[in-house]
Design a protein around this ligand. Structure first.
Ligand code: SF4
Length: 213
């Protein structure tokens, strides 16, 4: 395990140098908007979500604002995003639950967050990390792919990947590692064609070493 912990530190260090500006790429003005934006981002791009929310959040800033819309009205506003019907339904239901159970506030713990409709561990971790400053590693498609290629994780399941990453990355670097792995997955370690020839961590990557034996 020591070896993997060392490797995790090297990966975080090198990727920090490569992406010094790595951060959440969703735009939001408060924790509630972060939750909505993260729910919208499933199977979509952050860029597309930001296009939609730049208008949406001007008018709708709180759960009360959102439930003033019918589902059809919200669907109309977010229809350029995949799965928009389901997302509109979940977001409105989530807003009603925030108002009835949580005083209109987004809860700052995993159990309450994942009790909300349409909120899984990934979304909850994004909110805990970026909204509350609580160390968390949200495993999205990029974090899953990149960490398993590098060999920081070795699993076919996102939950297990999250646990493996949490055990090898120091807790105070969880949120940073999450952003770095996403940025690396979007810019260099792309799904179809990873750009290994320009990758700053190729020397320690299991996938690269396997392919170049
Ligand atoms: S070497 Fe290739 S597979 Fe490994 S992290 Fe870099 S881009 Fe991804």
């Amino acid at each position: 395990m020591r070896k993997l912990e060392d490797k995790a530190l090297i990966v975080v260090e090198r990727l920090s140098e490569t992406y010094p500006e790595a951060k959440c790429e969703l735009d939001f003005g408060n924790t509630f908007q972060l939750l909505v934006a993260t729910m919208l981002s499933a199977q979509s791009t952050d860029k597309k979500v930001n296009e939609i929310t730049s208008e949406l959040f001007k008018q709708y800033k709180t759960p009360e604002d959102f439930i003033s819309m019918t589902q059809a009205e919200l669907e109309e506003k977010i229809k350029k995003i995949g799965l928009y019907r389901n997302k509109a339904k979940n977001i409105l239901e989530m807003c009603r639950i925030l108002l009835t159970k949580f005083n209109g506030e987004v809860p700052g713990n995993m159990d309450d967050l994942i009790s909300l409709p349409g909120v899984g561990r990934k979304t909850a971790n994004v909110v805990l990390s970026n909204g509350f400053g609580i160390p968390a590693i949200a495993v999205d498609t990029h974090v899953f792919r990149v960490s398993n290629r590098i060999g920081l994780a070795n699993s076919k399941s996102v939950d297990e990947t999250e646990n493996q990453l949490m055990s090898v990355v120091p807790r105070d670097k969880w949120s940073l590692a999450h952003h770095l792995l996403i940025w690396h997955g979007r810019r260099i370690c792309e799904a179809r064609k990873p750009k290994c020839s320009i990758c700053p961590i190729a020397f320690t990557c299991d996938y690269f070493n396997r392919e170049n034996q």
